[in-house]
Write a protein that binds this ligand. Structure first.
Ligand SMILES: Nc1nc2c(ncn2[C@@H]2O[C@H](COP(=O)(O)OP(=O)(O)OP(=O)(O)O)[C@@H](O)[C@H]2O)c(=O)[nH]1
Length: 235
């Protein structure tokens, strides 16, 4: 019976479902057209890890451990007809790790700057994070300001207008509010950022040159050697 299926498949007959699964097995996954790095920064406890994990794994942790140094996750997305391998760097919000995290700004094509809409001090810290961006990030990196914990509307300390005003003073900075807990606007954050990055890139390059552009977008090593192992969490 098994070999019968095989004959049917080779002859192009049999059930379409079997044929499709056979085709799936034979076809190697299409390689990514581009690799992009995005970095998430912001003060301690604003929800950087939670936003990343909601986007990459669709999970939410009520009692997360604070990030030490940096962590990262990878997710492949398809936009504008291109397959993008997105590497998301989640940085520690604690100032004592700035010397480590600053090493990751340079390679980022997009920066997500997060504050907590219920915590005034995390909004007051934004100029400090902008200084880090000015000092360490590439000038053409896309910037997105995110007010997280929108599910805590009753505890809101920062109005939407305040944050919009802040973002409008910074050239090219977008702004949105989100909730990692309620999974509100999370996909939108990352997909919009990638779309903005792609909109500035020459996507229609001849296929021979495409592999070169992949390399030029993704300097090696992907993980700075001084940060091995990359996953470090503490409480
Ligand atoms: N209510 C609510 N809580 C959230 C949300 N996002 C994160 N949290 C909680 O906020 C706390 C801190 O979240 P993290 O994701 O660890 O914050 P972080 O910015 O990565 O923190 P550091 O690693 O210390 O810089 C955790 O208890 C989360 O469960 C959200 O959208 N809504």
């Amino acid at each position: 019976m098994e070999s019968g299926f095989g004959v049917q498949r080779r002859a192009g007959g049999g059930s379409p479902a079997v044929g499709a699964s056979q085709r799936r097995r034979k076809m190697p996954p299409r390689a990514a057209d581009f690799k992009l790095q995005v970095i998430i920064i912001g003060s301690r406890g604003v929800g950087k890890t939670s936003l990343m994990e909601r986007f990459t794994d669709d999970t939410f942790c009520e009692a997360c451990k604070s990030t030490v140094g940096v962590d990262f996750k990878i997710k492949t997305v398809e936009l504008r007809g291109k397959k993008i391998r997105l590497q998301i760097w989640d940085t520690a919000g604690q100032e004592r790790f700035n010397s480590i995290t600053s090493a990751y700004y340079r390679g980022a094509k997009g920066i997500v700057l997060v504050y907590d809409i219920t915590k005034q001090e995390t909004f007051d810290d934004l100029p400090k994070w902008m200084k880090m961006i000015d000092k360490y990030a590439s000038e053409d990196a896309e910037l997105l300001l995110v007010g997280n914990k929108l599910d805590c509307e009753s505890d809101r300390a920062i109005s939407r207008q305040q944050a919009e005003r802040f973002a409008s003073r910074i050239s090219g900075m977008r702004f949105c509010e989100a909730s990692a807990k309620d999974n509100f606007n999370v996909d939108e954050i990352f997909l919009k950022l990638v779309d903005d990055i792609l909109s500035k890139m020459p996507l229609e390059v001849p296929s021979k040159e495409l592999s070169n552009s992949v390399l030029s977008l993704q300097p090696e090593p992907e993980i700075p050697p001084e940060l091995s192992p990359p996953r470090m969490r503490c409480c």
